[in-house]
Design a protein around this ligand. Structure first.
Ligand SMILES: Cc1ncc(COP(=O)(O)O)c(C=O)c1O
Length: 374
């Protein structure tokens, strides 16, 4: 990786490219894993995941959102990514249309390609990246089979309001579509925006939605690889077939740790959210002070998604990839160019990093804006 090469040359590189928490997994979760090891809980489990964990997932979601999921509707997966992969592959036949927001997480279109579906991108730039019912309605054709929705969103940090979310799902159900709701960043929402899940929908809508959940971000557990699906029993049964013939199951030790994450104290989640918020409240206004940059305040997740078109023009840069490359090679800041997500003229800057690193990154971007101006 270019950043590693620079580090080897002695350059202090600031990495705002990572899509994972900078916090450690909370101690009580690690302790649960240690106990699992000491108790030799190191063998195969059922493919769907151990019953106490599936029950814990159902209890967690049902108690927060008033739903009535049962463990037969839950499959524990190897991270949220596998939940989405299996959800798409079990549903999509070659030539089926899948509606996606543009920009969206890079894996969505790739997974659809793998299933030989056709990506139909809904451009959300005109509404500052807020997906609306009208946009979804306009994109639906007789070939549309699935909408993948992701709120809070990676990369934009936008959160869909619960009423709008419901209307979007209603339109999909009216037109016979299925929906995957990727709720990877579920708890990371900044007030006044509200935490929302497809689980809060009425049963007739919820039955057409597969929830893809993940413990990766919420509990700073990206390396543990635990996610889950919740949805119609028939869909989850198909997902289970893929799971049992591929990964078999999520790691037994990680499953025990996941029970502790979901059933014990939620204080660390609140602390992480408060810290992300504190950083965003400093970082985004600081970015907006740099000439040529405009950045909306994130509503959730931990990404700033600034429009850098003015900066690119001033510096004679044709693409956001060129801007990201220049930032890395000359100024030692790693970020992801918006083009990678389908939004040319933007950068994704993760603030899952210390305030000190964010301050230094802002200084370096400012320096680039001054030095590179033509
Ligand atoms: C939007 C989104 N969905 C799903 C995932 C998958 O996360 P994991 O497989 O670690 O649960 C990610 C990870 O970056 C993500 O950003």
């Amino acid at each position: 990786m270019a950043a590693d090469k620079l580090r080897a040359q002695g350059v202090t590189v600031i990495d705002l490219g990572v899509g994972e928490p900078d916090f450690s997994t909370p101690v009580h979760i690690k302790d649960a894993a240690k106990r699992a090891l000491d108790e030799n809980f190191t063998k195969y489990t059922t493919s769907a995941g151990i019953l106490p964990l599936r029950q814990a997932v159902c209890d967690y979601i049902n108690s927060n959102f008033g739903s009535d999921y049962t463990p037969e509707q839950c499959c524990i997966t190897v991270g949220g990514k596998q939940a989405i992969f299996s959800g798409v592959v079990s549903l999509i036949n070659p030539g089926d249309d899948v509606l996606l927001e543009k920009p969206c997480w890079v894996s969505f279109p790739e997974i659809v390609n793998f299933a030989e579906g056709r990506n139909v991108m809904i451009d959300t730039e005109p509404t500052d990246f807020h997906l609306t019912t009208e946009m979804v309605k306009a994109a639906i054709t007789p070939k549309s089979k699935l909408l993948i929705i992701n709120s809070p969103s990676n990369p934009t940090g936008r959160v869909i309001d619960p009423a709008e979310f419901r209307r979007i799902i209603e339109v999909c159900v009216e037109h016979g579509l299925w929906v995957i709701s990727d709720e990877c960043y579920l708890q990371f929402v900044y007030p006044p925006h509200r935490v929302n899940s497809a689980a809060a929908l009425p049963p007739e809508l919820r039955s057409r939605v597969l929830i893809s959940g993940s413990l990766s971000k919420t509990y700073a557990m990206t390396g543990w690889r635990v996610g889950f699906t919740l949805g119609a029993k028939e869909w989850v049964t198909e997902i289970l077939k893929i799971q049992s013939q591929s990964a078999t199951m999520a790691a037994s030790i990680a499953q025990k740790a996941a029970i502790a994450a979901l059933t014990e104290t939620q204080e660390p989640v609140k602390e992480m959210l408060a810290e992300y918020r504190r950083r965003a409240e400093w970082f985004v206004p600081a970015l907006n002070e740099i000439p040529g940059i405009q950045c909306s305040q994130p509503e959730g997740a931990f990404y700033a998604f600034p429009n850098i078109k003015g900066l690119m023009k001033a510096c004679g840069l044709a693409t956001s990839k060129e801007a990201a490359d220049l930032l890395l090679h000359k100024y030692g800041v790693v970020c992801t160019d918006g083009g990678a997500f389908g939004a040319e003229g933007y950068l994704r800057l993760s603030y899952a990093n210390s305030m000190e690193a964010l301050r230094e990154a802002v200084e370096r971007i400012k320096k680039m804006a001054v030095e590179e101006a033509k």
